[in-house]
Design a protein around this ligand. Structure first.
Ligand SMILES: *Cc1c(COP(=O)(O)O)cnc(C)c1O
Length: 405
């Protein structure tokens, strides 16, 4: 089929519909270029990106420092496998350890792989340190969680769309309501090796747990000799206003899972970080990945961390986030049920009578604002942290218009 001038986007939509599995339901916009907080479609229209690839792009599209690191390293050495050492791996691991405050990291590629790494670490740690009987380890997880798409992980999802007809699933996970400490306490027993939690549930719609929940989990884990594992793939790296969101609750997890903005959107890079007592369960041959810890990922990851630090994006996230939240809370409409916000991360939950959030996202698209609905009734707003305040005001004004009665 020949491209036509009149419907440039249509050609791409058709190709995709024809040749690609239909495992997503994107908004009808075909992007071709991005810079900072903005993206451009194939017809030249400019949009404010209020999704940031699910917070992988906290540093903005095509950050020049990260792009330069990528190009330089790609021309020098991209992949060695871990069968050999490379000169980017050690320095990057040190930088990441120092940044997040753990003794060691294990690098993988996608977020789901890092979650799998944490699960393996917790199980082995439980067998070796806690003396749990073989194959009896249990991990407590929370309803509404999103930890990725592998069969083990979707097995403990509570979202039917994610799990239906993908079983049989791995045993060893116990689900309790998010934010419910009493239920968590009841779910824990001598076989519990870990509690796996998102400090804020991103995919569920920026759901913030009650005050005291994370400290309560810390106490329960200490009492039961279980590891507290925080999935900071979306909440970390500045999105919620801190390097690690859970530290704002005055606690320290035994292990954290990182991904997404760890590479500023330039390369798949994820990590599990923990102290030696946990990480020492991994011995040669027990875990790995062909691309994990490759020099290209390390070069990109190093630049991505430097950008977050040098541009003080955590502070920017907190300051801009507070202003946006206040602006959105001031919108007069009966269609908003609740505005949840932490850092530059907003879940705007609509009332049931407002209809599906997707309809509003489609209208926002017409106004040059790219947002993605999550779980039916919530519009998530998570622009790159480098966004300008005037762009946020434009987004808020557009939201006000599309939500007007
Ligand atoms: C996105 C996400 C994942 C999965 O990351 P992938 O790179 O898509 O595998 C896991 N946990 C959380 C909290 C996420 O937001």
């Amino acid at each position: 089929m020949a491209p036509s001038d009149t419907d440039t986007a249509g050609v791409f939509l058709e190709l995709e519909a024809h040749y690609a599995a239909h495992n997503y339901h994107p908004l009808p916009v075909v992007l071709t270029r991005g810079q900072g907080a903005h993206v451009f479609d194939v017809e030249g229209r400019r949009y404010l990106d209020c999704l940031s690839a699910y917070s992988a792009l906290n540093q903005g599209h095509g950050h020049p420092r990260i792009v330069a690191a990528l190009i330089e390293q790609a021309q020098r050495l991209a992949l060695t496998s871990r069968a050999f050492h490379n000169d980017r791996f050690g320095p990057y691991c040190r930088k990441l350890c120092e940044r997040v405050g753990y003794a060691k990291v294990l690098l993988m590629n996608t977020g789901a792989e890092a979650v799998e790494t944490a699960i393996k670490a917790a199980r082995r740690h439980g067998y070796r340190r806690k003396g749990v009987a073989k194959d009896r380890a249990e991990i407590v997880v929370f309803a509404g969680n999103f930890h990725g798409r592998t069969t083990t992980i979707v097995g403990f999802s509570s979202d039917p769309e994610s799990r239906d007809e993908f079983g049989p699933f791995a045993p060893g996970f116990v689900t309790v309501p998010y934010g419910d400490l009493a239920a968590t306490a009841r779910a824990m027993n001598p076989n519990t090796v870990a509690v796996l939690v998102e400090p804020i549930q991103g995919e569920a719609g920026v759901v913030i747990p009650p005050e005291g929940f994370l400290p309560g989990l810390r106490e329960l884990c200490d009492r039961h000799g279980a590891l507290l594992l925080c999935d900071e793939i979306q909440s970390g790296m500045g999105r919620a206003g801190a390097w690690l969101c859970h530290r704002d609750s005055g606690i320290r997890a035994d292990g954290v899972i990182l991904g997404k903005a760890l590479s500023g959107g330039l390369y798949p890079l994820s990590a599990f970080a923990a102290d030696d007592a946990v990480m020492e369960v991994f011995t040669p041959g027990s875990h790995g990945s062909t691309y994990g810890g490759n020099p290209l990922a390390c070069a990109v990851g190093e630049a991505a961390l430097d950008v977050l630090a040098d541009e003080d994006l955590c502070t920017r996230s907190r300051e801009l986030g507070a202003r946006v939240a206040a602006r959105l809370r001031a919108i007069r409409t009966s269609r908003i049920h609740e505005v949840r916000a932490r850092g530059l991360w907003v879940g705007l939950q609509l009332t049931d009578s407002a209809g599906p959030a997707r309809v509003y996202c489609e209208r926002l698209l017409q106004q040059g604002i790219l947002c993605k609905d999550t779980h039916g009734h919530t519009i998530r707003i998570a622009p790159p942290l480098v966004v300008e305040e005037r762009d946020l005001e434009e987004a808020a004004a557009a939201l006000e218009r599309v939500l007007a009665e």
